[in-house]
Unconditional design. Structure first.
Length: 231
């Protein structure tokens, strides 16, 4: 059983310049994804897919491989994670390098990633019939009570839930934005990370934070500080 960790990190971040290598608590944020993948000892290859020389140098410094650079097609604003992963897998195959049974796409801005969560997801993948597994977080507030504006008027999307108790509403979850495990055969068949046969593990809300803006970055640093203080 061979596993590859693919960390997609292009250089064209606009909202947070050089986002993937910006210092987060003393080291480039991508280093957390690389080091956790290496320390988990479940990968035969930990590689970074990038179009940027500076990112490549930092990735190699922290122990990842950069066997080739990403194409222009998968480096623009419209390329998906699946596009990047497919390019990597095909490149390894074309170069007659290692072929892998399972793929883990790890985001480069995931300082909260934990070895235990990587292993828990992996074990669920290989010990089940699911094609892919990724971590999710429970919504703090029932989405069944979501609202929207109609002009200046606010209204519930599902008014039938107005008077229902929170405990009577079904729990809902969202993507933790950390990593995605998938069996290679299933990925090559469907060309996507979330197939028709996907499962998940539930993680604590403190271990996940989307980082799309500088405000998100500041929140992530505060959450990381609290997480480390509670270890």
């Amino acid at each position: 059983m061979k596993n590859i960790a693919i960390i997609p990190a292009r250089g064209g971040s606009k909202r947070i310049p050089k986002k993937n290598i910006k210092k987060f608590w003393g080291k480039p944020i991508i280093a957390y994804s690389i080091e956790t993948a290496l320390q988990s000892n479940i990968f035969d290859e930990v590689m970074v897919s990038t179009d940027d020389k500076e990112i490549a140098e930092i990735a190699i410094k922290y122990g990842a491989k950069v066997p080739f650079f990403r194409s222009q097609k998968t480096s623009d604003d419209f390329a998906t994670l699946s596009d990047v992963v497919l390019e990597v897998i095909q490149a390894y195959k074309n170069r007659k390098q290692n072929e892998f049974n399972n793929i883990c796409c790890i985001l480069p801005t995931a300082p909260f990633i934990q070895i235990d969560d990587l292993k828990k997801s992996y074990n669920k993948l290989i010990n089940s019939d699911f094609d892919s597994v990724f971590p999710v977080v429970k919504f703090d507030f029932p989405i069944q009570r979501a609202m929207q504006f109609s002009g200046e008027k606010i209204q519930m999307i599902w008014p039938e839930n107005l008077n229902k108790r929170s405990q009577d509403l079904e729990e809902t979850y969202h993507d933790a934005g950390l990593f995605y495990w998938i069996k290679t055969d299933a990925f090559l068949k469907e060309k996507k990370l979330w197939t028709h046969n996907t499962s998940a593990i539930i993680i604590d809300t403190q271990k996940a934070q989307d980082i799309d803006t500088l405000d998100d970055w500041k929140i992530a640093e505060m959450k990381y500080k609290i997480l480390k203080e509670n270890e």
